[in-house]
Design a binder for this molecule. Sequence first.
Ligand code: ZN
Length: 106
Amino acid sequence: MIPVVKTKADRARFYGSTKWRNLRKAILERDHYECLWCKAEGRLTTQYDSILEVDHVKELETNPELAFDPDNLRTLCKECHNKRHDRMNYRGQPKKRKWDDEFDIL
Ligand SMILES: [Zn+2]
């Protein structure tokens, strides 16, 4: 089943769904609750260091058919996730609020 994720309400529904929440947990477990980008740089960032988020490599809006594909999902810490989506301005402040509903505190 391909989810329709176009509006903010769609996103909220998607990220609140049982299917997503279960899969998200499975991805966190698969990635050993570590940020993969930090890990690639030799740093260990876990849920005790930051907030871990599960990122869609190919984005939900453009590739909804990959929404539940584990190969399209990865664990990132909040900082890396923000960097990825360019959500911070030059002062490190949140630039826009579009993605806030995606944040999911453990
Ligand atoms: Zn990170």
